[in-house]
Design a protein around this ligand. Sequence first.
Ligand SMILES: C[S@@+](CC[C@H](N)C(=O)[O-])C[C@H]1O[C@@H](n2cnc3c(N)ncnc32)[C@H](O)[C@@H]1O
Length: 308
Amino acid sequence: MKFKVNSYHFKLLRDYERLSAFKEAIEDYAIRNDANSNGSNSKVAFDLGCGSGVLSYFASEYMDRIIAIELNNSTYQLAKENLKEFDKIQVFNDDILGFDFSKLNEKADLIICEMLDTALIDEEEVPVLNRARKFLNENGEIIPKGMINSVEAVFMNNHFIQYEDDEYSPVYVSLGESVVYSEFDFMNDIDCNFSAEIELKIYGNEELDDIGFEVNLNEERYEKFNFKENFNIEEDKLKINGIKVTSFTKMNDNIICGPTPMLNPAMLVPIEETEVRCGDTLRLRLEYVMGGGVETIRTEILEIIHKD
Ligand SMILES: C[S@@+](CC[C@H](N)C(=O)[O-])C[C@H]1O[C@@H](n2cnc3c(N)ncnc32)[C@H](O)[C@@H]1O
């Protein structure tokens, strides 16, 4: 099957890991629910934010009817063209946040919604699912099923929000282990306003030795940013100026997909530059609005707890 796409959707289709995670999760749903597309166990799917239509195409093998909705008009035109041979797929050009699901006169057995973004901040996955979930049949399922978010302290080259995506590799050093700070199940109604107090442990001397921290700083890419000037391990002085947020997508109970270039690439967020010592713990408040965009991200250092 050939898809007509624009450059953004081309990149989404080229991300093989992202596509295979969704394909596998749809197949897994079909096997568990005996969905077979021969009408004996009739099933309806909604593909929300259908883009090029690729996920509707995957689902068409198993589902009897698919409602695909896309906001962007030129993308909708591409999806309509790509899916024109599939009578069972109906494509709408609409904003899901205003879409009248009741006019469909049927609910979904499966909702597929790839409007994901790191920590669910910059795309409308959460508000869209909060609306669409009411139109999911009892025993219905959502792909993906949820998300797990983790964060770690870093020192980064630029003091603005950066993604580790397929176009850009921000330069940073990790200064502590990643901790899970939130987990969402998309079957539940989710408050879009997120706020958490997080404790970030800074590596101790031994841990820095174990990861070869000082040796790694000799790499050329770090020299360009004078990273070494900010660290004096002998005097027990480190600096942090950011956090790295990593999201893991729970496709279903069995499949968890880590960041890929086009599926929730890790995000670096600047925080107030602060001197710390090896083994310290940083208490940080992190707030944002899911679906509200990265401009809603707020961070505040609440306390630095010294190791002794
Ligand atoms: C990350 S892309 C995924 C596209 C496709 N499902 C795929 O997996 O390749 C998200 C799509 O959702 C669409 N979208 C974003 N907000 C939307 C909304 N409120 N209503 C309908 N579509 C929306 C975007 O235009 C975009 O095409």
